[in-house]
Design a protein around this ligand. Structure first.
Ligand code: NOJ
Length: 540
């Protein structure tokens, strides 16, 4: 079977601003990452996906890029980047760059030119509509609040921005834009980038007049062209962020012929705990049977025809142990359960920094939050008359800063993240939850992740096994098998904090080898303790 390297790989996401500061300015940087390569190698990461480190005014923490081919001084410089690629490479670790191709910063030289006049050669790099002040071209809204159109009086035009006002959308219909992007990617490939994550790639082919933001008619043509001219020239991993992905179009995105990308991040499971038709802030309990159905559908739909990404966390999502686990009395057990549940599936797992420590959400005062999305939402909802305590509950549950608090390295000052004062407060639980403590405890969440990564490399059933959901109607247990020839991987997880009885079909009354579990001692076979997870291998 044709097996690309990334089908057995585990990718670790670094949010550079919050990972490790090396110069005391309170902001993580590239030298900080280099200083932690031992740790990452010990965990077993095959590749590091770095959230953007390019020059940026940081309106959206680097997702607003003003120079794609240089490093923001707060993170270091190009030599540091080259050093990171080289030093990681020596350990067999690849560096995955984050490509933000849907928009630039309004401080990017292209936009600074574009805004000068309608005749400027860069004007058509962005999306403009003639208009009248105060009457927006249409009702499209920006993801961070307000209309998706910004008035420029000197031009008598609006520009289109799906995110903040400082993130004007690029016009992909313009072949010059696509050529610039291609050349920039080839330049990073020359520099040794091992892959790319493509920010909101489903939004690039917008057609705002027809109110189309995601999944525009030209989307797959654009991606295929880009892939042909860049990614396919190297042995890269590529993952597109696609909030609109469904199991049908994911077959296109991740088609095994490599015409587009290696895989996409889909968000169907991530959106389950919000009110239907509402926003992520409109909280709803997780419908557990739906979670089983959604993840199973993706496992089945892409089998042999595409490839899944597997993730609970990233820099936009709350910490999974606080979200769907229990970050109090069962923090360790539930973090392990969630890891086992995900890592037994088919796809490429992503670990977000601190997930391997069981890092948790925070509850800060409003003034301690930094994220533009949180700040704008708070202002909008206060204005719309929401109760402040309800808004704060939403922030605690879903705010992106939950994931962006500094990495907890030690129980020392500022969790060992910085010698200065951090750009965002450290989670107060760092004295208990930190890497140093985890490394000193063989039963820690860290070592379970390490084991799961190793297992994926040891047994082919992880990459190739066919998925089958067991006990689909069970209200507490998520169980499934993966089968490759005669080998069966059996994963059983109690998703909740009560003790439950387990009754598996008779076919599993066989000798099983326990590969991983969330508890040290295996209790009676037919009882699952709170958040107990077991991963077995069955061989003839
Ligand atoms: C998705 C990124 O993950 C998020 O952090 C960012 O704000 C938006 N895209 C806009 O680039």
């Amino acid at each position: 079977m044709d097996r690309k390297w990334w089908k057995q790989a585990v990718i670790y996401q670094i949010y550079p601003k919050s990972f490790q500061d090396s110069n005391g300015d309170g902001i993580g940087d590239l030298q900080g990452i280099i200083s932690r390569l031992d740790y990452l190698e010990k965990l077993g990461a095959d590749a590091l996906w770095l959230s953007p480190v390019y020059c940026s005014p940081q309106d959206d923490n680097g997702y607003d890029i003003s120079d794609y081919q240089d490093i923001d001084p707060m993170f270091g410089n190009l030599e540091d980047m080259e050093e990171l690629i080289e030093k990681a490479g020596k350990r067999g670790i690849r560096i995955i760059m984050d490509l933000v191709l849907n928009h630039t910063s309004d401080e990017h030289p292209w936009f600074k030119e574009a805004i000068k006049s309608k005749e400027n050669p860069y004007h058509d790099y962005y999306v403009w509509r003639d208009g009248v002040e105060g009457i927006v071209p249409n009702g499209l809204r920006a993801a961070f609040g307000g209309p998706a159109w910004q008035w420029v009086p000197e031009l008598g035009q609006y520009y289109f921005h799906q995110f903040s006002v400082k993130q004007p959308d690029l016009n992909w219909e313009n072949p010059k834009v696509r050529r610039e992007i291609r050349d920039m990617i080839l330049w990073w490939m020359e520099k040794g980038a091992g892959g790319f994550r493509l920010d909101v790639i489903d939004c690039v082919a917008k057609d705002p007049d027809r109110l189309i933001t995601a999944d525009g008619p030209m989307l797959h043509d654009f991606i295929q062209e880009l892939s042909r001219e860049t990614f396919q020239k190297g042995d890269l991993v590529t993952v597109g962020e696609a909030w609109s992905a469904n199991p049908e179009n994911a077959l296109l995105y991740s088609s095994p012929d490599g015409r587009e990308l290696s895989m996409v991040f889909q968000f169907e499971h991530i959106c389950l705990d919000q009110k239907r038709g509402g926003e992520k802030w409109d909280l709803a309990p997780l419908p557990f049977l739906e979670l089983k159905r959604v993840l199973s559908t993706w496992q089945e739909a892409l089998f042999c025809k595409g490839w899944n990404s597997l993730f609970w966390n990233n820099h936009d999502l709350p910490r999974i142990v606080s979200r769907w686990g229990n970050d109090k009395e069962y923090r360790v057990e539930s973090a392990k359960m969630l890891a086992i549940l995900l890592h037994g599936m088919q796809g490429t797992p992503y670990i977000y920094q601190g997930e391997e420590l069981g890092m948790t959400n925070v509850r800060y005062d409003m003034e301690d939050y930094r994220d533009i999305e949180i700040l704008n939402m708070y202002r909008e909802r206060i204005g719309a008359g929401y109760k402040e305590e309800d808004i704060m509950e939403s922030v605690y549950a879903k705010g992106r800063d939950n994931a962006r608090t500094p990495m907890q390295w030690t129980k020392g000052r500022e969790a060992g993240f910085t010698e200065g004062s951090p750009w965002i407060k450290v989670n107060p639980n760092y004295k208990e939850i930190n890497a140093e403590a985890a490394l000193a405890d063989e039963t820690s969440v860290f070592y379970l992740y390490q084991k799961l990564i190793e297992l994926r490399k040891t047994y082919d059933v992880f990459a190739d096994g066919k998925y089958r959901l067991l006990l689909p109607e069970d209200p507490d247990i998520f169980a499934y098998t993966r089968t490759r020839k005669e080998t069966v991987l059996l994963v059983i997880c109690n998703f909740y904090g009560n003790t439950v009885r387990l009754q598996l079909p008779e076919e599993f009354d066989r000798e099983k080898k326990l590969l991983a579990s969330s508890y040290r001692d295996e209790g009676p076979a037919d009882v699952l303790k709170p958040y107990e997870a077991r991963m077995y291998l069955i061989r003839p």
